[in-house]
Design a binder for this molecule. Structure first.
Ligand code: PMP
Length: 344
């Protein structure tokens, strides 16, 4: 069978997402989903959607969605690019901004999809070793000739870099005329402001976001990027060489409505943050080592048994968390924050 694959696909190890089982009900703390339902305004947008309009392709410029994002972010719609989840937006960054002659850099412990995208698009990469305590080596990130990409807060470590440090990286990348992509999937749960505030000053800075976590819309598949017009144009070129309509009409309507409901967003975010801090404290008291979290998950190492054993024991009790057999993190579990009741 595989001899029919292209050489590239035959040689690729795809990203493995956390399981989405439907056989029974689990306490599902393995994919950083939001434990609460999305905004009722998103549901209302679905209910009042003109179903007959589905015979038409979606809006080419996704105007309603871009306007809602622009308003929420204080930018202009032309600084916004939307995609089918931020994974799609991140994947487009590789052919848009990185070249085979110059390795792209990302932290050694980070979102493992970057490695897969680099391989898929034939971009060499350098994994920048972590400093003690899983800190990102900021100088190392910008020491190469090529582009750089990192999540802030980082995943799966949950650690956040200050905005001033992100700005230093953007500046260092601009001096060589290369792009910095900051993946802000978890930014809403941290203390630092978004790097979107730097976009007007750095033409080489692209910030990506998702509605999957902080807006509880993982199933809708909507993500976006914020950047100056040049970078947005780069992403549009990739999109229009791939799929003219990555976000469907229903998703455009529901996502726009959810983004307008800022009170609901804050309410749910604050609930998750409170539960996270409660849960982290509880783990510390029980002998875990837990990194300080700026995300909707914690990265924790049990002091009393191997990570692998705790992972299996939890699964037997219908609690799903995430763990990787990767060097340096094999003793850790990444535990998404559920409802207060689930975490208790
Ligand atoms: N970036 C990071 C760091 C993530 O953990 C995730 C979620 N797996 C994503 C991006 C992608 O999220 P989505 O495609 O749902 O927007």
């Amino acid at each position: 069978m595989t001899d029919l694959f292209s050489k590239k696909i035959a040689g690729i190890a795809p990203y493995t997402a956390g399981e989405q089982p439907s056989d029974r009900s689990y306490v599902k703390l393995n994919t950083n989903e939001n434990p609460y339902p999305p905004s009722p305004k998103a549901l209302e947008a679905y209910r009042s959607f003109d179903f007959g309009s589905l015979r038409l392709y979606p809006s080419l410029d996704m105007r309603a969605l871009k306007e809602a994002i622009a308003k929420a972010e204080g930018v202009s719609p032309e600084n916004v690019f939307c995609g089918n989840g931020s994974d799609e937006v991140l994947s487009f960054c590789f052919p848009a901004f990185f070249d085979p002659e110059e390795p792209v850099r990302f932290p050694a412990v980070t979102y493992s999809f970057y490695r897969v995208y680099a391989k898929l698009f034939g971009i060499p990469y350098e994994e920048v070793p972590m400093l003690p305590g899983f800190a990102v080596d900021v100088q190392g990130m910008t020491a190469g000739r090529g582009g750089a990409i990192l999540p802030n807060p980082n995943a799966p470590t949950s650690l956040e870099l200050p905005l001033a440090v992100i700005e230093d990286m953007a500046r260092a990348q601009r001096e060589k005329g290369r792009v910095l992509v900051v993946d802000e999937a978890y930014v809403a749960f941290g203390q630092e402001p978004s790097a979107a505030t730097l976009v007007p000053r750095y033409d080489n800075l692209l910030v990506t976001r998702t509605l999957s976590k902080d807006h509880a819309l993982a199933g809708l598949r909507v993500g976006y990027a914020l950047g100056q017009r040049g970078l947005i144009e780069g992403l549009l070129r990739v999109k229009d060489s791939f799929n003219s309509y990555p976000v469907d009409s229903l998703a455009i309507a529901a996502a726009a409505a959810a983004l307008q409901d800022e009170d609901y967003f804050r309410l749910r975010r604050d609930q998750v943050v409170r539960t996270r801090d409660f849960f982290r404290q509880g783990l510390l008291e029980r002998g875990f080592a837990v990194l300080p979290s700026s995300a909707n998950f914690v990265f924790a190492r049990p002091g009393f048994c191997p990570g692998r054993e705790l992972f299996a024991a939890l699964r037997r009790r219908n609690v799903l968390v995430r763990r990787w057999d990767a060097p340096g993190i094999e003793e850790y579990l990444r535990i998404s924050i559920g409802t207060q009741e689930e975490m208790e």
